[in-house]
Design a protein around this ligand. Structure first.
Ligand SMILES: Nc1ncnc2c1ncn2[C@@H]1O[C@H](COP(=O)(O)OP(=O)(O)O)[C@@H](O)[C@H]1O
Ligand SMILES: [Mg+2]
Length: 340
């Protein structure tokens, strides 16, 4: 698949694993991947608790990490990418321990940081060539093949001779994606990868990832946009204030919202009243006023028809009605008041 010469907005790019000790991906080839995270906590200086006792199992395929800004997604990803030390807790990549086997884990992991910066004075192909050599591709011929193939895949082949600082925002973003994928990593960590991509690029990127996810790899994708968690994510977690508040398939989250999503026709005045009472997911102007979709634990005194919830309904329903039950605030020691 290609990636047209589309433009995009600003987004800087760095393969975080510019490490001379890269040993290639052979450590686990052929093995099914599993990441085990146990009681992971990160407290920053001044006491900010960004992760609180996170325990997760992540298996092969695409894993969606969904949460509002500030939830702790980047912190978790930086820890998994060996760029930040947790305050406490343990992580294993198969039999490899995050702390004791840093080098091996780096060699098998590709990472696209939320803020990605390439080296400005390298051409696009030179930058990928450099990253590929760090990821263990020592044979120059094989490396050229891999670089060309990756440039083709992300639609940068025509722009391969451009200096990194001369690429458009969208192109830089794609270069960031390319550097995370080159060298056939077994674990791919992408932090808010669709930021700055236009809708068409977003779809292409999703297709590219799901293509890669068919191999025996783990892809962890973080986002604050529900629409980025597609059906290709077999498994997902909801992160909220540093805690995992939901873990399961998108379908399981949707299942919780069944019977709690509604469509109704309302007038202008009724719309205001509805907004105060229920989370409104969709508002469409209609002949008599507005057609709205809402989620509610129970719906009283409105003529409404039930609708099949999608992931967006399910996310809002969960945050609004189920979170209070599931999250115990670690600071207060009591039940958390949630502002969605
Ligand atoms: N270096 C840091 N020092 C102090 N607080 C931080 C630091 N990095 C992140 N935080 C805080 O930790 C929380 C989680 O941040 P982050 O992991 O970036 O969340 P997300 O990626 O989900 O938006 C936020 O409240 C953020 O302000
Ligand atoms: Mg982030």
């Amino acid at each position: 698949m290609g990636w047209g010469e589309g433009s995009g907005t600003k987004a800087p790019a760095t393969r975080a694993f510019a490490h001379p000790d890269h040993v290639g991906c052979s450590a686990v080839s052929g093995e099914a991947m599993e990441i085990r995270i146990r009681h992971l906590t990160k407290v920053f200086e001044k006491g900010k608790r960004a992760l609180n006792d996170v325990t997760l199992d992540i298996g092969s395929g695409m894993f969606g990490l969904l949460g509002p800004n500030g939830a702790g997604k980047t912190t978790l990803m930086r820890i998994l990418a060996t760029l930040m030390e947790p305050t406490s807790g343990e992580v294993w990549f198969n039999g490899l321990h995050l702390k004791k086997n840093r080098r091996e884990i780096r060699a098998m992991t590709g990472y696209l940081p939320q803020e990605f910066h390439a080296f400005p004075n390298l051409r696009a192909w030179e930058f990928l060539d450099y990253v590929a050599s760090l990821s263990g591709l020592k044979d120059p011929r094989k490396r050229k093949e891999a670089v060309d193939e990756m440039l083709e895949k992300v639609g940068l082949y025509e722009a391969r001779d451009r200096f990194c600082n001369r690429l458009s925002g969208g192109m830089k973003r794609r270069l960031g994606i390319a550097q995370a994928l080159i060298g056939n990593p077994k674990v791919i960590i992408v932090d808010e990868p669709t930021t700055g991509l236009d809708p068409e690029e977003r779809i292409r990127f999703r297709n590219l990832l799901s293509e890669i996810a068919r191999g025996d790899v783990i892809i962890i994708l973080s986002t604050h946009i529900v629409g980025d968690i597609s059906s290709t994510c077999g498994d997902m977690a909801l992160l909220h204030r540093g805690e995992v508040v939901f873990k399961g398939s998108p379908e399981e989250l949707i299942q919780m919202a069944r019977g709690h999503a509604w469509r109704l026709e309302v007038s202008d005045d009724e719309l205001e009243a509805i907004k105060l009472k229920y989370p409104v997911i969709v508002t469409i102007p209609s002949a008599g006023g507005w057609e709205v979709e809402i989620v509610a634990e129970e719906l009283d005194s409105y003529a409404a028809e039930p609708v099949e919830p999608n992931l967006e309904h399910a996310y809002v329903y969960f945050m609004e009605y189920r979170l209070r039950e599931s999250v115990v605030d670690f600071r207060e020691g009591g039940i958390e008041e949630v502002a969605v």
